[in-house]
Design a protein around this ligand. Structure first.
Ligand SMILES: C[S@@+](CC[C@H](N)C(=O)[O-])C[C@H]1O[C@@H](n2cnc3c(N)ncnc32)[C@H](O)[C@@H]1O
Length: 188
């Protein structure tokens, strides 16, 4: 094991492995896909996919407050609740440590729900019919055991209910909620 303080330590490799586990994906599942990573952070996931020469394309979405021409290559500025892409664009939509983690920070339950639904609507709009949305619940620095009770309440109780209700009213099927949120967009 390499000491995280050493120069040889590759944070993005650890994070990539963590994200694959969280999203219940194997490297070969990514091949040839056009993927949207919502709340991509430093773009670790896309960086590793490129380094490993896995064919395909990953767009990193981050709320970057800069003109688009100054946004780094491979990144698009935007937020989960209003995605700047046309419908049916991606073969896979992923989000690790972002949605739904972002929304448990809102103190008001109605606000948490509203934002979660906006993000689900948008992810469902941009993913292609028959393709999946996969969302990990925590990020690699914070295990679920370290999350405070109010936030765990959102993940364990509120989120499953919101997702089930959402797919009952929209063209999607809930494949799983725990430990990974996996939703498939129904074919037209
Ligand atoms: C904990 S980090 C996770 C980063 C990366 N996915 C990872 O696992 O390393 C959460 C990210 O979500 C981004 N974020 C915050 N609000 C957002 C929003 N409304 N829509 C999309 N991304 C958002 C933050 O800028 C941050 O980079």
């Amino acid at each position: 094991m390499i000491n995280p303080e050493s120069e040889k330590y590759d944070r993005s490799e650890d994070n990539f492995r963590f994200q694959l586990r969280e999203l219940q994906l194997r490297e070969q599942d990514l091949e040839g896909k056009r993927i949207l990573d919502i709340g991509a952070g430093w773009g670790d996931f896309a960086k590793k996919v490129k380094e490993k020469k896995i064919p395909g394309e990953i767009i990193n979405l981050e709320p970057i407050i800069r003109p688009q021409k100054e946004v780094p290559r491979g990144f698009v500025a935007g937020i989960a609740q209003e995605l700047p892409f046309p419908a049916d664009t991606f073969d896979l939509v992923i989000s690790t440590g972002s949605i739904p983690r972002l929304f448990f920070n809102f103190k008001d339950e109605a606000v948490r729900k509203e934002n979660t639904i906006w993000a689900l609507e948008e992810a469902l709009r941009v993913v292609k019919p028959g393709s999946k949305i996969r969302m990990g619940r925590t990020d690699w620095r914070i295990g679920e055991e370290q999350i405070e009770p109010l936030r765990i309440g959102y993940l364990r109780d509120e989120l499953p209910q919101i997702v089930q209700e959402f797919c009952a009213q929209n063209k999607c099927e809930v494949i799983s909620v725990t430990p990974t949120l996996i939703i498939e967009k129904k074919l037209e």
